[in-house]
Write a protein that binds this ligand. Structure first.
Ligand SMILES: *Cc1c(COP(=O)(O)O)cnc(C)c1O
Length: 229
């Protein structure tokens, strides 16, 4: 497998964009391993990768069990059904896809029971306002952030988005700039929250995302290859 080579080239791409970014931010790589077997995650770990993103709860738990010997950091990045909040709060360090208060409240309650450190949360924002996409609208973001910030077992770290796919670089940047501005506004609204995270950019648009301030890029295909189905 070429996981190590792929990781090397993605890291180079990230470093190059980070140098060009006017925001001078640190950029972390989240390796998105959905649908890929645990052995490939182990390969990535051996090539220096420690943070992994998963979308499907049962699949993620199975892989976590077979990788228990590794000190990995797990991020849940998929849609959240409210009856899955408890295992998500127990099995993950971060959740990037919180888009309604009911989910935040349930994650908070479940995390309280595990008595661990607070769960790191990003609110998922629908930045390109397609009716079908998940994510809170920019109009409703302030209220959701405000309510979420009062939940003691959640740490409100920032915002996440999955824009409508486009190959137009200017359009990619315009979408990511909107998320950057939304985070900046929240930082002024909620100055006591640790709002330091912009989770944006995937295999096809990570450069645009970094130029607009991304602190986590979520990369699957460019590391693990195309997914079937
Ligand atoms: C699958 C997925 C990614 C990775 O996408 P690639 O195009 O394979 O890099 C990133 N973020 C989320 C939320 C995903 O579901």
């Amino acid at each position: 497998m070429t996981i190590a080579n792929n990781l090397r080239s993605v890291r180079q791409q990230i470093a190059k964009a980070a140098v060009a970014s006017p925001h001078q931010q640190q950029v972390k790589l989240l390796a998105v391993s959905k649908t890929k077997p645990a052995e490939l995650i182990r390969d990535a770990y051996e090539a220096g990768q420690t943070e992994f993103g998963e979308n499907y709860l049962q699949e993620a738990i199975d892989k976590q069990q077979s990788l228990q010997d590794l000190p990995l950091i797990w991020h849940f990045i998929g849609p959240i059904q409210s009856n899955k909040t408890k295992p998500i709060a127990q099995h993950f360090d971060w959740v990037h896809s919180v888009d309604r208060l009911k989910i935040a409240t349930r994650l908070n309650e479940a995390r309280a029971e595990t008595a661990a450190s607070p769960l790191n949360i990003c609110l998922q924002v629908n930045i390109s306002s397609e009716a079908s996409k998940s994510g809170v609208s920019l109009n409703e973001l302030a209220d959701l952030a405000n309510a979420t910030s009062r939940l003691p077992y959640l740490s409100l770290r920032g915002l996440m988005t999955i824009p409508a796919p486009t190959n137009d670089h200017a359009e990619q940047r315009a979408n990511f700039a909107r998320l950057f501005n939304a985070l900046h506004k929240l930082q002024r609204q909620l100055p006591t929250q640790p709002l330091d995270t912009l989770s944006m950019g995937m295999s096809n648009d990570l450069e645009a995302a970094i130029l607009e301030g991304a602190t986590y890029v979520r990369v699957g295909t460019a590391i693990f290859g195309a997914r079937s189905q």
